[in-house]
Write a protein that binds this ligand. Sequence first.
Ligand code: FAD
Ligand code: NAP
Length: 341
Amino acid sequence: MKWAMFLRFFQIQPRDKGNKAGINTSLFPVKLKTFVELNMDVASASPRRYFFEVMSFFASAEHEKERLQYFASPEGRDDLYQYNQKERRTVLEVLEDFPSVQMPFEWLVQLVPPLKTRAFSISSCHSAHQNQVHLTVSVVMWKTPYKRKRSGLCSSWLASIDPQQNVLVAVWFKKGSLPPPPPSLPLILIGPGTGCAPFRGFVEERALQNESDPTAPMIFCFGCRNKDNDFLYQDFWMKHSQNGGVLSEDKGGGFYAAFSRDQPQKVYVQHKIKEQSTKIWSLLSQGASVYIAGSSNKMPSDVLSAFEDIVSAESGVSKEVASRWIRALEKAGKYYVEAWS
Ligand SMILES: Cc1cc2nc3c(=O)[nH]c(=O)nc-3n(C[C@H](O)[C@H](O)[C@H](O)COP(=O)(O)OP(=O)(O)OC[C@H]3O[C@@H](n4cnc5c(N)ncnc54)[C@H](O)[C@@H]3O)c2cc1C
Ligand SMILES: NC(=O)c1ccc[n+]([C@@H]2O[C@H](COP(=O)([O-])OP(=O)(O)OC[C@H]3O[C@@H](n4cnc5c(N)ncnc54)[C@H](OP(=O)(O)O)[C@@H]3O)[C@@H](O)[C@H]2O)c1
């Protein structure tokens, strides 16, 4: 960017002079507030070590300067990690903790982490909701080691929007890593928590296709904490798993839910697929594809391990052979994982 600051407006210009896309590269004014809101992550990402070094130059209080220099030094590395990254301190919080620092905007603009875009799976099917895109967003919340409450920037902001007000949300569409399955393909879908998002669209699509031609069986394993609190789209899954619906056992599929915190021991999606071992193996033998979506913690590897157990138990081969079989499935484009943290 090229900068010419005047009053509370900037003029900005893309740095790339190539301009192959034919974008208008002339200078245009942007309000300072808008620029910061749309580009600079002051309220969620933690600053880097160099930010502390630069802050120390602009600190006028001696004790703050010393502390910042210590944080920026090799000896202060561990303390900086505890104070900054582990506590997920934001740029704003750090600046508030060192009030004598008067960092010029030209420096801030270069050092503040850029605001990242957030991806969300589309949880509706286009044929069922034309001109609409549904998202399933969990408001991210956690406590830091010092028990400070933190919440996710984008998910909290989305949750704060008043649907009655016409708030414009800037969005981009990007092809996901889960290809849309043809109606004749048997499916095994695993989606705990917000991982159910893409599969709501799949089920809607299949329900429409099934109105004209019978579709292949479909199993969906959903997981959440409590049946009464976060059983997302409960009525929707129930509707499609009854009366010959696309998720029904009558059609060779099924809907299975794991509630992890409704009993003393954890029950997860992998426990549910193991309970359906015979059916899963039968679908895999018919050429089913496996789709897994949701949290990227241990879930994808635990689910993979459950599939290996199923293949091993049902076909009587060792776990190593079963593991190779699943890897071959993956190579053949029949085992997909879309996971996020
Ligand atoms: C392909 C793809 C599809 C996605 N689909 C969906 C979807 O359908 N629905 C959905 O809700 N999300 C989805 N996500 C995740 C989404 O993009 C965001 O990451 C999520 O909403 C959090 O963004 P945020 O701005 O609210 O949180 P941020 O401000 O980005 O904070 C999240 C970060 O906080 C930290 N954090 C979170 N919890 C903890 C904890 N317990 N302890 C320590 N640190 C923690 C982690 O560093 C985490 O990356 C998807 C992501 C990808 C890549
Ligand atoms: N879902 C909620 O009620 C809720 C509420 C507030 C905030 N949030 C926030 O939203 C974020 C995303 O939430 P989410 O709904 O997508 O997911 P999530 O609630 O974190 O997880 C969905 C389900 O997956 C389970 N799970 C945990 N580890 C697993 C593993 N190794 N294998 C299989 N299943 C596993 C969870 O059980 P356990 O968690 O019991 O282990 C839970 O039942 C969370 O990180 C949280 O910060 C969620």
